[in-house]
Write a protein that binds this ligand. Structure first.
Ligand code: 2BA
Length: 109
């Protein structure tokens, strides 16, 4: 068995939830926060048999979009803040950051 952990954008979370249910996957959603943007995102925990991991990946990929987001750096890289004018930079977020972990034991009572 594997545990698939997928960090996705909030905008994709209900679509992904619906798709996982439709395809017969069990999942738990956790509210999370990105360490870099400090914006809300959603983390899915999906427990799945080894031979269905690829199917889960396909569903995640099909339901999570890459988006551009503007970020304003808090302070300049190493320089003085005297003449610093914050300038927004664009970063590409998502579709999903996915981790696949082995599960030593799963009990369901
Ligand atoms: P955040 O940490 O808020 O990152 C949002 C986006 O900002 C990232 O998109 C990436 O494009 C950019 N970014 C992150 N750290 C950066 C850095 N040090 N320098 C420059 N740009 C940076 P994604 O890579 O698609 O990540 C989306 C979210 O997935 C992340 O939100 C984080 O919550 C999670 N994530 C991504 N990689 C992870 C990892 N290796 N471990 C744990 N969580 C991860």
């Amino acid at each position: 068995m594997k545990l698939v952990i997928a960090v996705v954008q909030d905008k994709d979370s209900s679509r992904l939830s619906n798709a996982l249910i439709k395809e017969g996957f069990r999942a738990t959603k956790l509210a999370s926060t990105g360490g870099f943007l400090r914006a809300g995102n959603t983390t899915f925990m999906i427990g799945i048999e080894d031979d269905r991991v690829q199917e889960v990946m396909v569903v995640i990929k099909a339901n999570c979009k890459v988006r551009e987001q503007l970020v304003t750096p808090v302070s300049p890289m190493g320089g003085t803040t005297d003449s610093y004018i914050p300038f927004p930079v664009e970063v590409q977020v998502g579709g999903a950051a996915v981790f696949v972990m082995p599960v030593e034991r799963f009990e369901h009572y």
